[in-house]
Design a protein around this ligand. Structure first.
Ligand code: CP3
Length: 348
């Protein structure tokens, strides 16, 4: 690969500068993304048309010196392939026609065949790898079982997680059964992405942070550990690194590192130097600038980037990122300030 900073940082090998990418780097803050989505008609058609998914995956790489590409897709492709009837509308967010609430609902679910029901994702991966032509590595991803279950049970985004928490406390065995089916689906989905060519996998546990410490272990981390163990990642220096990101997971970094993952995604609430002191060089840390900082004056953005790099300190094992996805209101020029500052301040 002509740029292997990102993979090297995940394997804690020396790098010439800290690699950087951005969650939701292909998205609505880019006018060219909005134009392609317009051409597709809607967001889901964009995800399901490999040529267009490939086009938007590459858009941010044309503008910025990013060190990785992330597959353009969504975590909700799995429940969509399970037949829940997904729609994603601007201003409304994701919605499912059918929710999972009863024993019968859970029993009726089956594990999707990734090359068949999710074949459009694998086609996009193959096409993107071809287009990238070894320039930067491609990240594949999935939602965590807990996070996918929140959308499947609530029927969309939620503020208080009322339905899933009711099931968790009234019918924990039923929720475990659902989480097991989702876990099997995630394993086969990520292994198919690896077979199709992704060079790193990331699991987004966006809602793990709403759980108590005990429930985080029982209902989220336990299943992510199973996923890490079942991935066909290979071994040694050729392995496909795996990153776990629990938003709000700063309390549980040691337990997350114990899963055997290669990298931990950090949100912005924790000082990265403190995180490093807790996990040592067992794992790489990915993060963690507040995405809202991209609304600050250029100098303030540069100062924050420098602060995070200095806080991480010496040695490899840092992938620079935002603590969560970039929002649609951000000026694309600010992203250039952020990306360039990471390389400038981290050059060895
Ligand atoms: O990071 C990337 O550039 C890759 C693409 C990507 C998308 N979604 C594209 C997208 C990734 C990695 C995701 C993951 C995802 N999707 C997560 C986990 C990460 C996170 O942000 O916490 C979650 C929780 C979802 C579910 C989902 N899909 C939400 C909450 C939304 C936003 C709804 C809204 O209107 O703001 C989506 C839709 C979505 N996924 C968009 C994009 C670019 C916006 C849709 C559009 O273009 O209209």
């Amino acid at each position: 690969m002509s740029n292997d900073r990102f993979i090297n940082a995940l394997l804690r090998k020396p790098v010439d500068a800290t690699p950087v990418w951005m969650m939701r780097q292909a998205g609505r803050y880019l006018p060219e993304y909005r134009a392609t989505r317009e051409k597709a008609g809607d967001f889901l058609t964009l995800c399901k048309t490999p040529e267009l998914a490939c086009e938007v995956t590459l858009q941010p790489l044309e503008r910025y010196e990013l060190d990785a590409a992330i597959l353009f897709s969504d975590i909700l492709t799995i429940p969509d392939a399970m037949g829940l009837g997904l729609s994603v509308n601007e201003g409304v967010g994701p919605r499912f026609e059918r929710t999972i609430r009863t024993e019968k609902d859970v029993e009726n679910l089956s594990v999707p065949d990734p090359e068949d029901d999710l074949g459009y994702v694998m086609d996009a991966v193959r096409l993107i790898r071809k287009e990238l032509d070894g320039s930067v590595p491609l990240i594949g991803f999935s939602g965590s079982p807990w996070t996918l279950a929140t959308y499947m049970i609530e029927g969309g985004s939620s503020k208080d997680f009322r339905q899933i928490k009711t099931m968790m406390y009234q019918a924990p065995e039923l929720l475990h059964k659902l989480l097991s089916t989702i876990t099997e689906s995630v394993i086969s989905y990520l292994n198919a992405q690896i077979a199709a060519g992704v060079q790193t996998v990331m699991v987004f546990d966006t809602w793990g942070g709403v759980l108590t410490t005990n429930d985080y272990e029982a209902f989220s981390l336990q299943y992510m550990r199973k996923i890490i163990k079942a991935l066909n990642t290979g071994s040694g220096d050729d392995r496909i690194p795996a990153i776990l990101f629990t938003k709000g997971g700063g309390l549980w970094l040691e337990q997350i590192a114990d899963t055997g993952c290669d990298g931990i995604g950090l949100d912005w609430s924790i000082e990265i130097g403190d995180a490093k002191a807790r996990v040592g060089d067992r794992v790489t840390l990915q993060g963690n600038m507040d995405p809202a900082m991209l609304r600050a004056p250029d100098d303030r953005i540069r100062q924050e980037v420098k602060h995070i790099i200095d806080s991480f300190g010496e040695g490899s094992g840092h992938v620079f990122n935002l603590g969560h996805g970039i929002t649609p209101d951000i000026d694309p020029e600010k992203v250039k300030v952020y990306v360039d500052a990471v390389h400038e301040f981290s050059q060895s």
